[in-house]
Write a protein that binds this ligand. Structure first.
Ligand SMILES: *Cc1c(COP(=O)(O)O)cnc(C)c1O
Length: 384
């Protein structure tokens, strides 16, 4: 749908929500379609393409078309959260399927895989995030799915998507990439050979921390994809109308927001790289990050706003830095216009492998001087 302006640049198309224009009224803003059901026509036939809310509606489909444009996908499905998108994929795997996933990753997805394994629904082998040699060692000929989060929480390890895709495909498996931290204005994972591109649209795609949503996009609409769509329909996890409307509005400024976050993050990473109260800055945009070269190619050097810092001192010092910030919000999530700081070990639980002094920063679009000053005073206060 709505590819008629595809000779215009993608920035133009997204800023104009794919040139939406209501022929009846001239409205340039897509409406919020709220109906739960659709009347049949005079011949008692279903009016295409909708017949009931769980299939999606005009508002949701418009948001999906925007993401398909960004991803150059054949089809995108939007869910009520990133987790419901991930769960639809996991739920669609065959009974007792073998999957290969990172040892550490976004904790909700990791917990969901492990919950399915405990119910004997699937078998998991693990690899170190970003380590495609280990991935190649643990994959099996009956592996159905390889999951890669890149950049990977919370130290932003980078996976070479083309390599991971080659390994998966050589074993007849599918590769799903969760590139939530680098939205499709920076990384189009399908270009690098991923079979399914997943994003928590809660994050950069919406960008305003007022919606939860998850997107799956593909270029090949095979049986597995059809089964995922059926799963969404029968579980009723389609993105709701008001949230789809907000997502459409948020995506119009995706390029601007992401560019500003990237600039701010670069400044902050360089400022704190040599700081006496910071042991390490983990940011793929820094030349010393192990994934820097691959990520430069996978994002066109638009490294995004996600980084972590390891503070000096004790775990309590790190927690206090998060507590003493006045501009950064001490909150979970990422990819919004406002900057967030989070002590990861507190949030992900005691059994999750994460450095006790790691603070995850989501850099927003505020004045970068204010952000640097805020971290400076919080580090200072936490160390006195
Ligand atoms: C937030 C997030 C998710 C889950 O998305 P929700 O919209 O919060 O359900 C999955 N993966 C990554 C990398 C995330 O950051």
């Amino acid at each position: 749908m709505t590819n008629k302006n595809s000779k215009l640049s993608i920035e133009t198309r997204i800023a104009q929500a794919l040139r939406y224009l209501d022929p009846k009224t001239g409205s340039i803003i897509p409406p919020i379609q709220t109906t739960a059901t659709y009347a049949r026509d005079a011949d008692y036939k279903v009016r295409q393409p909708y017949w009931y809310r769980r299939d999606g509606n005009e508002t949701t489909v418009h948001a999906e078309a925007m993401i398909s444009n960004l991803e150059e996908a054949k089809e995108t499905l939007l869910f009520s959260s990133g987790m419901s998108a991930a769960t639809a994929v996991i739920d669609t795997l065959n009974p007792n399927a073998h999957v290969v996933i990172p040892r550490a990753m976004y904790h909700g997805v990791l917990n969901q895989f492990q919950a399915y394994e405990r119910k004997n629904r699937l078998q998991i082998s693990y690899y170190e995030a970003g380590n495609t040699e280990e991935l190649a060692r643990v994959i099996q000929n009956d592996t159905e799915l390889v999951w890669a989060e890149t950049p990977n929480n919370p130290d932003w390890a980078i996976t070479d998507i083309s390599k991971a895709a080659d390994i998966a495909h050589a074993h007849g498996a599918k590769l799903l990439t969760d590139c939530t931290a680098t939205p499709p204005c920076a990384t189009k994972a399908l270009d690098f050979g991923a079979d399914i591109s997943m994003h928590s649209a809660t994050k950069y795609l919406n960008g305003h921390s007022d919606v939860t949503s998850g997107a799956l996009s593909v270029r090949n609409q095979d049986e597995f994809w059809e089964a995922i769509a059926l799963n969404r329909k029968l579980q009723g996890t389609v993105l709701q109308s008001f949230d789809a409307f907000l997502l459409i509005r948020g995506m119009r400024t995706l390029y601007l927001r992401y560019e500003r976050s990237t600039q701010n993050a670069n400044r902050i990473a360089h400022h704190f790289e040599q700081h006496p109260l910071v042991k390490k800055v983990l940011y793929p945009g820094l030349a010393n990050h192990p994934g820097h070269a691959i990520q430069a190619a996978q994002t066109g050097r638009m490294f995004g706003g996600m980084m972590s810092i390891i503070t000096t001192g004790t775990q309590q010092t790190a927690i206090n830095v998060a507590r003493y910030c006045n501009v950064f919000y001490p909150a979970t999530s990422l990819g919004g216009v406002e900057s967030l700081i989070e002590h990861r070990a507190t949030v992900s639980g005691s059994d999750f492998p994460v450095n006790q002094n790691l603070l995850r920063l989501s850099i927003g679009i505020e004045d970068v001087g204010d952000l640097i000053d805020d971290l400076e005073q919080a580090l200072e206060r936490a160390n006195t």
